[in-house]
Design a protein around this ligand. Structure first.
Ligand code: ARG
Length: 469
């Protein structure tokens, strides 16, 4: 073994907060492998809040003296400002965020700091921090989604009369309004918000007091802690509270689904801004160029959102697999819950913000959208419905219009460009008023009911959304 070999250096056992029963220091490989402070330091706000509430509770029930509680609370406040100002020294050897903060507290205030960990364990501590984190993340995302939903409402209003093709099977199906399409996106993101808020209800339960797994011998007041930290309730079972991460899985699941929605929007924008579609122009500042092809303007933001969706789906998978083999109660496996959780949060948050910033600056090429809708026989269903209104069974109407489309395809024109006589060749029920329903505007205006694509209904939906606030 060379002196530079990292295996088995001797560090003094006393360096660890739990080092009492150990005869030798941790192997450097183990230390590097098992530390989490490099990523869980991100929980410092939650950790300080949890410790402050815990110390106050210990004071209230008489486990800690008032002077110790005061020293702890003040010390934690000082640590908060050290971290905020970048002065705090995070040490890998102290493993995680919890022991980094506790060690610093003890270095600052002495024995009172060593008393903070009475009646708790890192197991209930980290479960508490993580639930607070998920709650904070949800509160932030809910605000961002609210902004995006507002952006979509404005865009829908701006483009309420803009006609574009609606697609099924990616083939032109029926004309729709661009505003209606934007309101469809909005519905998706509103459900994403509802899912996050639903997840919040189950996440907002206090695990602290469960200690390592079985509870604690001290006369703790868990409801007092819950109240200070804004938890709605106190966990019912200590084994469950320290071990399960289902709230994190639910959160990442909601995040993955929200990303899947954004990925679908991305796919549409990417198609729409190609010259073959030409429905929209993305603002230059949200695109990038090519190092070789001078003409290129690439939709990198939607492409990256679509790509990052794969990562967030992977984050969900990581958490599900992390959990599936674990017996009760806490296992160190759970330390691995944080990178996927943080990644899902960061990726969703950034993607939502980008969409909210980009969409108001998207130019909708109204004439191109309209002529694309005109090209694909998108009013054929309207002609069938016209015949049904005149008494023809729908199946017969469908067949007659199919023949008319076949004829128009051969002639290379739209249905509305056939003469009345030509149209009557397919059904004698057709009269001059048929041209009202064959136009794009006639088609969208006719879908005039709650949830339909008519501009009047888009405006009604926007008004309902605005009055709901
Ligand atoms: N860093 C650990 C985690 O994230 C904290 C809990 C560790 N508990 C233990 N007994 N080793 O899960």
């Amino acid at each position: 073994m060379t002196p530079a070999d990292p295996v088995s250096p001797k560090t003094p056992p006393a360096a660890k907060l739990w080092g009492g029963r150990f005869a030798e220091g941790t192997d450097a490989l183990v230390e590097a492998f098992s530390e989490s402070v490099s990523f869980d330091q991100r929980l410092w706000r939650q950790d300080i809040a949890g410790s402050t509430a815990h110390a106050r509770m210990l004071g209230k029930v008489g486990v800690l003296k008032a002077a110790d509680v005061e020293a702890i609370v003040d010390g934690l406040a000082q640590i908060r400002s050290e971290i905020e100002s970048g002065k705090f020294e995070w040490q890998l050897a102290l493993e995680d965020v919890h022991m980094n903060i506790e060690s610093r507290l003890t270095a600052m205030i002495g024995d009172a700091g060593k008393r903070l960990h009475t009646a708790r364990s890192r197991n209930d501590q980290v479960a508490t921090d993580l639930r607070l984190y998920v709650r904070d993340a949800i509160d932030e995302l809910v605000i961002t989604i609210g902004v995006l939903a507002e952006v979509l409402l404005d865009l829908a209003e701006r483009e309420a009369d803009t006609i574009m093709p609606g697609f099924t099977h990616m083939q032109i199906a029926q004309p729709v309004t661009f505003g209606h399409h934007m309101l469809a996106w909005r519905e998706q993101v509103l459900r994403d918000r509802a899912r996050l808020l639903d997840c919040r209800r189950r996440a907002n339960v206090l695990p602290l007091g469960s200690a390592a797994l079985a509870g604690t011998v001290y006369p703790i007041d868990r409801h007092f802690v819950a109240e200070q930290l804004g938890f709605d309730s106190v966990s019912e079972n200590s084994l469950d509270a320290v071990s399960d991460r289902d709230f994190a899985i639910e959160f990442v699941s909601a995040a993955a689904l929200a990303m899947v929605h954004l990925s679908r929007w991305s796919e549409e924008l990417i198609l729409w801004c190609t010259p073959m579609f030409g429905f929209v122009k993305l603002p230059d500042r949200f695109c990038t160029g090519s190092s070789i092809m001078p003409q290129k303007k690439n939709p990198d933001v939607p492409e990256l959102v679509r790509g990052k969706t794969g990562r967030v789906v992977g984050d969900l998978n990581a958490l599900l697999v992390l959990m599936k083999g674990q017996p009760l109660a806490y296992n160190r496996d759970n330390q691995e819950d944080k990178p996927p959780l943080f990644d899902a949060h960061d990726t969703l948050s950034a993607s939502l913000r980008l969409f909210a910033a980009m969409l108001p600056n998207v130019t909708v090429e109204r004439a191109t959208c309209r002529s694309a809708a005109f090209k694909g026989y998108s009013t054929a269903t309207d002609l069938a419905d016209y015949l049904v209104k005149r008494g023809l069974p729908f199946r017969d109407a469908h067949h007659a219009v199919g023949s008319a489309v076949g004829h128009a395809v051969k002639k290379g024109c739209d249905l509305s460009e056939l003469s009345l006589d030509e149209l009557r060749g397919f059904s004698a029920l057709i009269e001059a008023d048929v041209f009202d329903v064959l136009t794009l505007d006639g088609s969208v205006n006719a879908r005039n009911h709650w949830g339909g694509t008519a501009p009047a209904q888009v405006r009604a939906a926007i008004a309902r959304a605005r009055s709901r606030g």
